[in-house]
Design a binder for this molecule. Structure first.
Ligand code: NCD
Length: 306
């Protein structure tokens, strides 16, 4: 039985197979419409979510399966003090696969160790968010035709942003990646990540100004300041509008620079940028459904014949 805790749980070759499958699903959705008939997915969300939970549910429904679950810890027995280990043992009796989001780093991993069904980490605190990373990689691969040889700017909350941590982890395995970390001093990328980059001989730079690096980026990954992980509201208010991507700033970008964002957006990309053909964040949300469909099939070991 296989779980997904980190994007590194799949080899680069396995990821390629997963993305090929996702692209086939995109082209031939009918072929997969009943692949999970009779199967159930539980979505156990102890933290708010729109895209991740609903895209998992949409993915399972598109495959002809059913979904059950909770979207709020307070409406589950966690409110009575039940541990994730006990919860997952019970969920294992009700469903065939489980996607879990939790505010505590490592909680889905604890669940996986006690689970009778595959568990997918749908975001654990400020740690990892592997299915967002699969979404990001599929978007990049589908729109750019490759996953290596990029200068990628990651901008915003690089300290608490789990999507950023997961994406860096995953991109480190491809050739010719140069990272540009764009953040205020207070929201810098954690040392454990830059240490890993150094160990692996991967080049990176850290800057504060977004404008100054715009012209050299092939990809720009914008992120929201993660309010829920701040210790005090004042710091959040001071930092929340530090970066706002505007049409003026986009004029400085390469003609084929893709702008990605895991969403939800707060203020960091002005809505006028949505009309720019380089804005890929809503397409990214669509790719999130295809890649989750491919992931569910893969973890359940279901092969769809021609
Ligand atoms: C992200 C998350 O939950 O980490 N959202 C998502 O899953 N698409 C990003 C965020 O909340 O800022």
């Amino acid at each position: 039985m296989r779980h997904l805790m980190s994007p590194l749980d799949f080899t680069v070759e396995e990821l390629d197979q997963l993305f090929d499958l996702a692209n086939d699903i995109e082209k031939n959705p009918q072929k997969y419409a009943h692949a999970c008939a009779g199967k159930k997915m539980a979505t156990c969300f102890y933290e708010p979510s729109t895209r991740t939970r609903l895209s998992f549910e949409a993915a399972m429904l598109n495959l002809g399966g059913s979904v059950l679950g909770f979207s709020d810890a307070n409406s589950s027995s966690a409110a009575k003090g039940e541990s994730v280990s006990d919860t997952i043992r019970v969920i294992s009796c009700y469903a065939d696969i489980c996607a879990m989001r939790h505010p505590k780093e490592g909680a889905p991993m604890v669940a996986a160790s006690k689970s009778g069904i595959p568990v997918i980490n749908a975001g654990d605190g400020g740690h990892q968010h592997p299915t967002q990373t699969l979404t990001d990689l599929l978007t990049i691969r589908s729109m750019k035709g490759r996953l290596g040889n990029f200068t990628i700017g990651l901008c915003g909350d690089l300290k608490f942003g789990r999507t950023v941590h997961s994406l860096i982890n995953a991109l480190m395995r491809y050739e010719g990646i140069h990272f540009v970390f764009i953040s205020p001093e207070e929201l810098k990328i954690p040392d454990y990540i830059t240490d890993k980059l150094k160990e692996n001989g991967i080049t990176y730079e850290e800057v504060i100004s977004l404008e100054s690096v715009m012209p050299k980026l092939d990809l720009l990954y914008m992120t929201r300041v993660q309010r829920e992980r701040f210790f005090n509201e004042e710091d959040y208010v001071r930092l929340k509008d530090f970066y706002i991507l505007t049409t003026e700033k986009m004029e400085k970008a390469k003609p084929d620079c893709l702008v990605l964002h895991p969403l939800p957006r707060v203020n960091e990309i002005s809505v006028e940028v949505d009309e720019d053909p380089r804005a890929a964040y809503f397409k990214q949300a669509q790719y999130g459904v295809y890649v989750r469909m491919a992931l569910i099939l893969t973890l359940l070991g279901i092969e769809v014949k021609e």
